[in-house]
Write a protein that binds this ligand. Sequence first.
Ligand SMILES: *Cc1c(COP(=O)(O)O)cnc(C)c1O
Length: 217
Amino acid sequence: MHQPLEETRARIAHAASIAGRQAGDVTLVAVSKTHPAEAIEPLLAAGQRVFGENRVQEAQAKWPGLRERYPDIALHLVGQLQSNKAEDAVMLFDCIHSVDRPSLVSALAKAMDKTGRRVPCFVQVNIGAEEQKGGCAIAELPALLDQARAADLPVVGLMCVPPAGIEAAPFFALLDKLARDHGLPGRSMGMSDDFETAIMLGATHVRIGSALFGARG
Ligand SMILES: *Cc1c(COP(=O)(O)O)cnc(C)c1O
């Protein structure tokens, strides 16, 4: 029994039921970045198996030990990825949420060919057209998806992080529409402050850190 986990699961189930969806159609990705293995153990003990990290190196240090004891863990990369770390990422992660540019599509496709691993990917969209933000521009999305298809990269959906400080719902609705237009089933959207809204607008993966682990230092 893990109080924040139980509460988060109940909130996910409630939002899903309002939207006429099954709670099981929404994957909770517990974002454990910055938190040490000791903080992750209680969630593992309570049955959580899908986790998110935003740095390859941090994940390489933290997860092999935990994985020995919990072999059914699924590890998702939710942070920006440098092309020169693509092979490390493909070896370590079971899903990559941050594919956002042609050079990374090429690097990941090459890494998957070389390692023989096929890792499902989300294309991250810069949904609020913010200058500093990762993610592919909406105008560049069709070409990036074409490239990914041609390279046989397994793209399962779209991901976004809406602009901070303003209502996220319109951005979630836009990501949902883009995913539908491109025939993609996955929508990775919603974090601690807005995951219920995201679920009501079609999220299939919510990435939740602070609501589960407390504030990051
Ligand atoms: C840190 C992070 C999250 C989790 O954020 P919380 O607000 O702590 O829930 C989700 N997605 C990405 C891409 C992140 O970097």
